[in-house]
Design a protein around this ligand. Structure first.
Ligand code: VGL
Ligand code: ZN
Length: 206
């Protein structure tokens, strides 16, 4: 455990588990892996996707357009999803059994109706910042380990923005699972490589 390292656990919420509204294959399998590594970190961050009803990322907000298709919005391309992680619903709660008790920082994102936010640092307009960057700096953190759901969306965007913040970044792949829509998983891994983001297994954390 090093004082300058943090674990960032991204969106391990009921709606992203196998039985959730936006199911991620094998999603629940990340829970025991994450619980095992939490005690190895002095600083642990938990994020939650936290959307208002009628959110721009919901297919139901765009009549006639099917879930998992992509549309153009003011800030670029937006994949449309089934309604998920609506604020204060059970689907937005952390997965059963995830040890969030000793979390040091909790970040809710995607709460603006007209902007999505995959990243825990910066919303999809690439302007609206969360408090996470400031918090990490205030704790003297220079290296982060990112895991959770989904590998190719919120985990990936969070890892890339962490690199932009000047942090050393690793994605813990066995503590993450992906959605893999239209080559998104392969695209994410290619982007990490370009940015010097490492792919590791939880067994490499000691
Ligand atoms: C996520 C799609 C939509 C994620 C969130 O947590 O990866 N994916 N909202
Ligand atoms: Zn979302």
């Amino acid at each position: 455990m090093k004082d300058n390292q943090a674990l960032i656990v991204v969106d391990v919420q009921k709606d992203f588990l196998e039985t959730g509204a936006l199911p991620v294959k094998e999603g629940s399998q990340v829970v025991p892996v994450i619980n095992r590594i939490i005690p190895k970190f002095k600083n642990v961050v938990f994020t939650q996707d936290w959307h208002p009803q009628g959110h721009i990322s919901f297919a139901s907000s765009h009549p006639g357009i099917a879930p998992y298709s992509t549309i153009d919005v003011s800030y670029g391309k937006q994949v449309l999803w089934p309604e998920h992680c609506v604020q204060n619903t059970s689907g937005a709660e952390f997965a059963e059994g995830l040890n969030t008790e000793n979390g040091d920082c909790f970040v809710k994102k995607g709460a603006h109706s007209d902007i999505d936010s995959y990243s825990a640092f910066l919303e999809a307009d690439r302007k609206t910042k969360t408090d996470l960057g400031v918090w990490l700096r205030s704790q003297g953190i220079t290296e982060v380990f990112v895991c959770g759901l989904a590998t190719d969306f919120c985990v990936s965007w969070t890892a890339l923005d962490a690199a932009d913040e000047g942090l050393r970044v690793s994605v813990i792949e066995d503590a993450s699972r992906g959605i893999d829509v239209n080559g998104s998983l392969e695209g994410a891994r290619a982007a990490w490589k370009k940015r010097g983001i490492k792919r590791i297994d939880s067994s490499e954390i000691n």
